[in-house]
Design a protein around this ligand. Sequence first.
Ligand code: SF4
Length: 338
Amino acid sequence: MQKRVLVGKTLSELKQLAQELKMPAFAGKQIAEWLYEKRVTDFSAMTNISKQNRERLAEECSVGVEPPVHQVVSEDGTEKYLFSLSDGYTVETVYIPDRERATLCVSSQVGCKMNCLFCMTGKQGFQRNLTPAEIMNQILAVPHSQELTNIVFMGMGEPTDNLDSVLTVIEILTSAWGMAWSPKRITLSTVGIRKGVKRFLDESKCHLAVSLHAPDGRRAKYMPAEKAFPISEMIAMLREYDFSHQRRLSFEYIMLRGVNDSIEDAQKLSELLKGLDCRVNLIRYHAIPGISLQSSSDATIEAFRNELNNRGVVATIRASRGEDVSAACGMLASQKGK
Ligand code: SF4
């Protein structure tokens, strides 16, 4: 008999499960506390639940926190983990310590449908969505789990293409009965699928990062999603939301040599974002096998940033992290995975 996995279940699901196992309804809340607040992985440690009910839980359920199967550590402290799933697929998770911040970049899908030209995950095609349990496991099972300050849905997959699971995880992370995190500690990164982004903005208070990478129709060559979901329409929709206080809007822009890095491109980008409360993160390109794109030079990236800043767009250059451990999205899973 397949045991039911507890991690990834919401409070109402845990209450339902307690009832099905003929336990008192309040046991659902107790289980949530043990899983998400006290982070216990052994039923025998759930001491405010009767011995009989703990034994019943152990018979029918598993906690579902499984350690990564592979780990690489970068010289700069970035750590990359590979998690094996029950069907043999693998996903990766990246831990990025940076002074007082400790960010975990989690995956939401095995593979991805979006096929961005510069991304190794896109080359793998799409296999399946991750369950809330598989996403929560990445958060709870990494060695530095207790030290995390931020979570970004920026790993393998397009999170708005698996939004039910992602929103369930956000509910667990931000609820008082769960991990009680502020939504300001969570960012979702997307290619900009209109329906999914709208639902994410309406149903959560977390930050949003939109992958932009080119200020005009050239974007379609590097991000095929542009054809169905033009960035101009996404930006028009984002103008309907308030990003001035609680919630941050950022745009990710990979700097590609001779492709999207001219001063004219910076000018077009500033026009596109005019009047929007946002920031632009300029990112050096991590080379991936078989793709001839190259990163812009540091001088070009700085000139691009300065042009944006001079035009009133807040732009920063993101430090490259973990290049020596294949930190680009999907590289490790491609090397080691199913
Ligand atoms: S960059 Fe993100 S959305 Fe694009 S293919 Fe890779 S995982 Fe998918």
